[in-house]
Design a protein around this ligand. Structure first.
Ligand SMILES: [Fe+2]
Ligand SMILES: [Fe+2]
Length: 321
């Protein structure tokens, strides 16, 4: 019978929490929240942080091969921004009472997921353009909505991050616009990158609503405010006119404006490919994880030195000396 008062308290707290969510209030780290809300947020935010960090790899691969000093400087700063996004979201995740070392361990051991898109290779310079245009473009569509998420630290992180993502998208689109009006070879390179990245970019917005087990719960808690299919449609509607404007073709014969729905209809997405990539069998999954493991190992001495320094300066004997 000891159970009774505890359950009642839990129920009352839960009812209050749901009422706050329904009223559009923001939940802050010290507020009471259901355990499931906390763990779902940890899963979602840490996946997001991992994606920012792993997302540096495909583009980092081209920093030393950028075609000019200006392009190199822009790409370096873009990749640095992604590192910052990762750190920012890891910090946000830590407000939920989880240690960053545990999150990193989940990534490196292959237990945590990150965005499927970063498991594709970057084969030409035009891929830098298309990644900014499509991948950062899709990220903006997703993150603009997350900026209204019910969990305060996540929502606030998104506001700042979206500002930088807008710059990322513009720099990518500008690379593509430049190539598209260049020599026939440059235009072909841009078209080739568009052809390779279009479908994976649509998949990046997540499985279809009929196959997305977490969506309903996250929508109810106002962590997600739009479903994956709604976000995908928005990305497509924004991107088709941008492709037209630079004279490039999106590789989907079924892509057509539908005057009734006021949206673009599009062809079937190859979900088998998506699930294969998510399960670790994409073109670069192993390479990406290995690169992160190597980076973690190579940074060990920095973490150890920082810890030794912090310990030395926090000991009273040392401070007195
Ligand atoms: Fe980012
Ligand atoms: Fe970005």
């Amino acid at each position: 019978m000891d159970q009774q008062p505890q359950n009642t308290t839990e129920e009352a707290l839960n009812a209050k929490f749901e009422a706050r969510i329904a009223a559009g209030e923001t939940i802050e780290p010290k507020d009471w929240m259901p355990e499931r809300y906390r763990t779902q947020l940890i899963r979602m935010m840490s996946q997001h942080a991992h994606s920012e960090v792993v997302g540096m790899l495909p583009e980092g691969n081209w920093i030393t091969r950028a075609p000019s000093l200006k392009r190199e400087m822009v790409l370096i700063s873009k990749v640095q921004d992604e590192a910052g996004h990762g750190l920012y979201i890891y910090c946000g995740t830590e407000t939920l009472g989880v240690d960053r070392a545990e999150l990193v361990d989940q990534l490196l051991s292959g237990r945590a997921k990150y965005s499927s898109i970063f498991n594709y290779p970057t084969l030409t310079w035009a891929d830098m353009g298309v990644i900014g245009w499509f991948v950062d473009g899709a990220a903006i569509v997703n993150q603009t909505v997350l900026a209204k998420a019910s969990y305060g630290p996540y929502a606030r992180a998104m506001i700042r991050i979206c500002k930088e993502e807008n710059f990322h998208k513009k720099q990518g689109y500008e690379i593509i616009a430049t190539l598209a009006k260049g020599t026939p070879e440059q235009k072909a390179m841009a078209q080739g990158a568009v052809n390779r990245w279009w479908w994976p970019s649509l998949m990046m917005l997540g499985p279809s609503d009929t196959n997305s087990p977490n969506t309903a719960e996250l929508m109810r808690w106002r962590v997600k405010r739009k479903t994956n299919d709604e976000l995908r449609q928005r990305f497509i509607d924004l991107t088709v006119p941008q492709a037209d404007a630079v004279g490039l073709t999106l590789p989907d014969p079924d892509l057509k404006f539908n005057p009734e729905t006021q949206h673009y209809d599009f062809g079937a997405i190859n979900w088998d490919e998506f699930w294969q990539v998510v399960k670790g069998n994409g073109p670069c999954n192993r390479e990406r994880l290995q690169a992160r493991r190597d980076a973690h190992e190579n940074g060990r001495w920095v973490r150890e030195a920082a810890e030794a320094y912090a310990a030395k300066h926090s000991s009273p004997a040392q401070s007195a000396a």
